[in-house]
Design a protein around this ligand. Structure first.
Ligand code: C2E
Ligand code: MG
Ligand code: MG
Length: 567
């Protein structure tokens, strides 16, 4: 029988208890060390013969720590312990007594029971950690969540291992709504689960896949696994009925960020922000479903630079043309005005303002364009007047960029007066401002225009964060209600949009503002305008922005047949 000094036992037991109860500072190495020494004391094990740990998996709650005791040839285990924990791995230990040894004394048995108890306490603590892990780092369906993804990134970044080695992706399953409809909810849940597993496999042992919600996922993988990842998202068959071998192809759209060598991790948003932007660009792209962050920036920059480079010559070559969209009185059908909107004709193609105005707004190029539009509008009105036609008031959009121009008012007047245009025929559309300084300048500009009898309107009211101050403190003439405020045909009269629309119109009228609604497309919407006493409309139901010649033709009749439109 092994003779083991009592104090050695106690010393080791105390260490063991210390080790497993100090949960916060739990050290696996120390735990294994104490366990080994205990088993040596009993001479019932040749010790830990294998110990391995996969820290990366363990971090995700999947790893294992194995302490395999060599059982020998005829070893009979007397206590077998398995410590299972998602967050702190698996510790498996077998303490055994070879048959030819003396039976353990009662005291020794007691000691072993104490080891067992210590281990059990360790297990229960780990179970608690598991629960926290499950709740905090998984969603309701058991997928790892965004927090788990961030933790993974933080850990890698903390060790300086992420830059130059890993790639992150934000993906969205393609046509998953259709798959859902086709094969039913239960089957498509299974499909999503299996695709997630396939992604996990493609991401490799130290990669990560988390669900963002819906059919959106975040993936992190080593650069070497890029091909496997791309193969997976380019489309793989997923079986949802094993008996009948029914399959469906699943593919995904992705924004990808290859984390650069010199990447400095500062905030968790660093990577997410880039993923989001490249994913959005991939979503908008017509020619690809997978877009790299660098490529996206490159594409955008290249396109922006091309526009900026082409702009100067285009303005000189008169590639910009003015289109007029009528503004109509919804009671009488009379054309009461028009908005001048510009179009760019380049190499036989028409570029719409949404594609070039934001780029020109990055510099002050947009101001040159706006003055060109104002100049052209004035020239047209002059022509109409000279031919004896009764013109309508034409509005011109001025970008907010003009507000930094201290000579703005005199620049505007000099164009209008040079063409000898009576001021009542010009209206200036301005959008809402964001800063206090801009607000003060805007107020001065609007008052200055007004003093000279030029009409001003708030464009796109309701689109940004419209402040009521904007309309209370600035003496506008017209409020142009953006089409986002206009209820759609299938919306009820009690819907929030209907309610807001009603109140915005009522408020504008109460304040003595002329009120026009943009984006009117249907007969029902004309009825809504009439029902709410909004007298003026602009929208496709009457006409799209028209080339000058077509608009002039329309001006000769001056009227739409409302009753016909309402039919
Ligand atoms: P905006 O000033 O709000 O102009 C109205 C936009 O709504 C126009 O788009 C017009 O075509 C569109 N629209 C009119 N009726 C309907 C409708 O019934 N349904 C729909 N879905 N859309 C309708 P457009 O011409 O593409 O202009 C877009 C924006 O570009 C303009 O919005 C304006 O902010 C800017 N923009 C256009 N021309 C100029 C310009 O000369 N100078 C400046 N600074 N901005 C301009
Ligand atoms: Mg406008
Ligand atoms: Mg507008």
């Amino acid at each position: 029988m092994g003779i083991v000094p009592e104090d050695r036992y106690f010393e080791l037991f105390e260490q063991m208890i210390d080790c497993v109860t100090d949960f916060e500072h739990f050290s696996r190495e120390r735990f294994v060390d104490v366990l080994c020494r205990l088993s040596e004391l009993f001479r019932i094990s040749k010790g830990v013969t294998e110990f391995y740990t996969n820290e990366m998996k363990e971090m995700k709650g999947e790893g294992e720590i194995m302490c395999d005791y060599d059982n020998g040839e005829d070893g009979v285990p007397i206590i077998q312990l398995r410590v299972v924990s998602k967050s702190h791995a698996v510790i498996k230990g077998t303490i055994y007594r070879p048959e030819n040894e003396f039976p353990l004394s009662e005291k020794e048995m007691d000691r072993l029971v104490m080891i067992e108890r210590s281990l059990l306490s360790f297990i229960s603590r780990n179970r608690l950690a598991d629960a926290i892990e499950t709740l905090g780092f998984h969603d309701d369906f058991g997928y790892r969540n965004r927090r788990s993804f961030m933790r993974h990134i933080e850990l890698l970044a903390g060790r300086g291992e992420i830059g130059g080695r890993f790639t992150a992706a934000m993906i969205n399953l393609l046509h998953f709504t259709i798959i859902n409809q086709d094969i039913g909810r239960q089957n498509s849940d299974k499909v999503m689960r299996r695709f997630y597993e396939a992604l996990n496999e493609a991401a490799g042992p130290d990669g990560d896949v988390s669900r963002l919600g819906g059919d959106n996922f975040l993936v992190l993988f080593r650069n070497e696994n890029t091909d496997r990842f791309l193969e997976t998202i380019n489309g793989i068959p997923i079986c949802y009925d094993d008996d009948a071998d029914k399959r469906v192809m699943v593919a995904a759209r992705a924004g990808i960020y290859r984390i650069p060598e010199d990447f400095r991790y500062e905030a968790p948003g660093d990577i997410m922000d880039k993923l989001m932007r490249s994913y959005q660009a991939a979503k908008q792209s017509v020619d690809t479903t997978v877009l790299y962050y660098d490529e996206m920036l490159g594409r955008r920059k290249e396109q922006d630079m091309r526009i900026q480079l082409l702009f100067g010559p285009a303005l000189k070559n008169r590639e910009f043309r003015i289109y007029y969209q009528p503004k109509v009185n919804v009671e009488t059908g009379e054309i009461v005005g028009a908005e001048a909107l510009c179009r760019w004709f380049h190499e036989g193609k028409m570029i719409s303002p949404a594609d070039f105005i934001p780029v020109l707004e990055q510099t002050t190029d947009v101001c040159a364009l706006d003055f060109y539009v104002l100049e052209s509008v004035c020239a047209d009105i002059r022509r109409w007047l000279d031919s004896g036609w009764e013109p309508v008031r034409v509005s011109v959009n001025l970008s907010r960029k003009h507000l930094i121009n201290v000579d703005l008012l005199s620049d505007i007047f000099s164009i209008i007066d040079r063409n000898d245009i009576p001021h009542e025929y010009i209206e200036i559309e301005l959008t809402e401002t964001t800063t206090d300084v801009e607000f003060r300048v805007l107020k001065n500009v609007v008052s200055g225009l007004q003093a000279q009898g030029i009409c001003t309107s708030v464009d796109d009211f309701g689109m940004g964060y419209s402040s009521l101050n904007l309309i209370r403190e600035i003496p506008w003439n017209v409020l142009k209600i953006d089409r986002c405020f206009l209820p759609a045909d299938d919306e009820s009269e009690e819907s929030v949009t209907s309610l807001m629309y009603r109140h915005v119109v009522a408020m504008a009228l109460d304040m003595g503002l002329e009120c026009i609604t943009e984006g009117v497309e249907t007969a029902k919407q004309i009825e809504i305008l009439r029902g709410n006493h909004c007298l003026y409309a602009q929208g496709f139901i009457f006409d799209k922005p028209l080339p000058k010649e077509e608009f002039e033709e329309l001006l000769s009749t001056h009227r739409y047949d409302i009753s016909k439109l309402l039919k």
